[in-house]
Ligand binder design. Structure first.
Ligand code: TRP
Ligand code: ZN
Length: 471
């Protein structure tokens, strides 16, 4: 009996202590986070095992030396018991690395920055990674897959950042895939008289009294890594309380008058797109113009990036301005699920710019524009050499077929289902996927549901087969 009682007591103590251990003792097992999110075009982009919530980007920039000293903090939530996880980051020397304030070890393999925390991270628990680094960016141009996505770029008189699809990890450690959007705060220090413009809103400027100023910026809404931008130059800021949202532009100080004229219709474009797509998704909008001619523009979130070549009095300039604005809905708010879905960005922004032409300049100018694009996409040599707009491959993601046959796909859909149904499809698709991610099949599903028509063959013909369908 006595023996028996002792046994029960011992058992109870064992059970109690087991419960206590599982409630608060450190994990003893975890697995590695995946090195990618499974993007068919860019298997190395993004990482598994956690969900990034917020990045604090602290940078001290030496424009003369083209040197960066960074302290980047990522706040994330573990999505599994984690023994190890990756960030995407290439180049620079790592000066310090901590996870939850405790020094962590790492190794590097190409773009993968492989971090082993001292203590395992439990599923669903928040954690914070701090990386202090320094070096000269831009030494990895060409390692990025696209001609214009070098990330951090110096030019005489300033810096711009353009990273689509894979340039973000060339200048800060990140989870470099649009499936994991996060909010950002920035503290960027430069010598006077330079000014810093990034995504979101300027909170304050601190002057150290010795010629160096720190610009504090903050985004309200989650932003994909490729849409993060930092611009440094002698800008003048122009601000306008628009009908839809606050508009703040950053123009080269000596080109301000010309730039104000060229961007004068931004507020009207915002009103038009809000009417046909739905509410503008973000807290603020504007343009930044780098004082350099650029062979592209980019829809960096809340602050689209342009080069000086846009500063001319032409319809083409207005089309580019409308295109980057339309991406704030299609691309930035509704983001691609994987980069194979790039038609959902470029086809939509291109057709949206034509819709602005139709609204602002009339049906005849719209038809001329659509016919110009049709001439391009119906050229037999073009048809033979172009990839499918719905799956253009990583190397040809930004092929004109994605833009112009992509825009014609939407125009053909509009002709097939009629204006009222077509614009309902756009609105409902946007409403369903805003602040999230979509695949091409998701759009097809919405189009079929709203129109009540079977559209599989229609989209297969336009997006996946070589022959150009009759519009
Ligand atoms: N998305 C840009 C556009 O609006 C074009 C683009 C593709 C780009 N890759 C880029 C721009 C890289 C800057 C950097 O059409
Ligand atoms: Zn575009």
């Amino acid at each position: 009996m006595r023996k028996y009682i002792t046994l029960v007591l011992l058992l109870n103590i064992a059970l109690l202590s087991a419960a206590w251990i599982s409630a608060s003792a450190p994990l003893t097992e975890g697995t590695r986070g995946a090195p990618g999110v499974g993007d068919p075009y860019f298997p190395e982009l993004g990482n598994g095992g956690y969900d990034a919530q917020h990045f604090r980007i602290g940078l001290t920039v030496d424009l003369n030396e083209r040197h960066l000293a960074g302290t980047v903090t990522m706040q994330a939530i573990a999505t599994q018991d984690l023994s190890q996880f990756n960030l995407d980051f290439l180049g620079f020397s790592i000066e310090q690395l901590t996870v939850n304030g405790v020094p962590a070890t790492y190794s590097r393999a190409g773009r993968e920055f492989i971090i082993t925390p001292a203590v395992l991270l439990a599923k669903d628990s928040p954690f914070e990674v701090l990386v202090r680094y320094q070096g000269t960016p831009g030494q990895y141009d060409g390692l990025s897959s696209q001609p214009f996505s070098g990330g951090w770029q110096h030019y005489p008189g300033g810096v711009y950042v353009a990273s689509q699809p894979d340039g973000a990890s060339l200048w800060y450690p990140t989870n470099d895939h649009p499936q994991d959007k996060a909010t950002y705060s920035f503290a960027i220090s430069v010598d006077a008289p330079y000014i810093v413009a990034t995504n979101g809103q300027l909170q304050r400027v601190e002057d150290d009294g010795a010629g160096r100023r720190t610009f504090y910026w903050e985004t309200r809404d989650p932003t994909a890594s490729y849409l993060v931008t930092v611009n440094i130059a002698q800008f003048s800021r122009q601000e306008q309380e628009g009908e839809v949202v606050l508009i703040r532009n950053y123009f080269p100080a000596d080109k301000q008058a010309q730039a104000e004229a060229v961007f004068a219709e931004t507020d009207a474009m915002l009103g038009f797109f809000t009417g046909i797509f739905g509410d503008y998704p973000f807290e603020v909008y504007g343009a930044v113009v780098a004082d350099k001619s650029l062979p592209f523009a980019l829809e960096t979130q809340t602050l689209s990036l342009f080069g000086t070549n846009v500063l001319n009095d032409s319809l083409q300039a207005q089309i580019v301005i409308a295109h980057e604005l339309a991406h704030q809905w299609f691309g930035n708010s509704v983001s691609v699920h994987t980069w194979r879905d790039i038609w959902l960005n470029e086809g939509f922004a291109t057709y949206a710019s034509a819709l602005w032409v139709e609204h602002r300049y009339g049906r005849a100018r719209f038809m001329t524009l659509m016919q110009d694009w049709y001439r391009l996409i119906s050229n037999p040599a073009f048809i033979l050499t172009a990839p499918p707009a719905g799956d253009p491959s990583a190397a040809r993601m930004f092929h004109p077929v994605v833009y112009y046959r992509g825009a014609w796909t939407l125009h053909a859909l509009r002709q097939k289902v009629g204006d009222e149904t077509f614009f309902n499809i756009l609105k409902i698709y946007y409403q369903r996927y805003q602040y999230g991610n979509a695949q091409i099949a998701d759009f097809v599903t919405v189009a079929e549901a709203v129109s009540g028509q079977s559209l599989q063959d229609f989209f297969t013909g336009w997006l996946y087969q070589q022959a150009l369908p009759e519009p």
